[in-house]
Design a protein around this ligand. Sequence first.
Ligand SMILES: [Zn+2]
Length: 230
Amino acid sequence: MRPLIAIIAVAALAAIATMASVARSGPVALPGLPSPTPKVWEWPSAAPTEQPMRAHPHLLSGFVIPVGGVDVPAEEQYLPNSERAYRAGYHEGIDFPVTAGAPVLAAKSGTILRIDGAFTDWTAADEQKAFDAALALGYTPSATLDQIRGRQVWIDHGDGIVTRYAHLSAVAPLRVGDAVTQGQVIGAVGSSGYPEGGPHLHLEIRVGDDFYGDGLPLPQLRYAISVAFR
Ligand SMILES: [Zn+2]
């Protein structure tokens, strides 16, 4: 899809999607949401304790699921830390398999940090070349990860917290520095950067240079994610 057409398509979707989002989940500014300042990592009594826990600076909360009609996926392969053997790496986000073109919503209020209004996908040959190089290295270089994420929007939430929305088919007519509110439409689901994965939204919650959940054993990871979205 050409960028201009893509932007128009998203703009047309935006009004409908906003209405649908409000109708589905009620007011976006939920009462009782914690402050956006990350809490110190602390485990309520309900937290899993059967496995040693890697030290993690923050337990985050107050995000909404950035696509309609789905919950956080249960399958480990869609969660952070799952292996990606084809590029000798690990997943750094949460995958939400949804229909292509579905509106993508800001998971939390913030400021646009990156928005790929103009975007050219890599060729299948360049993609394969990069995967071969990653396999030879034994890890996925960050530039390759960026190409795999395809057309992206990044939102800065302050305090080192950034959300990344990847594989988009289109982006909303927004610019770097624009304020966005939680639930606002910022783009549309696609499969740019990694067509083999089919249409899905890849969401990364970045905490400084790290990704949320990095290295956590699965029970703690599920717990940390459930706290983020409740
Ligand atoms: Zn992903």
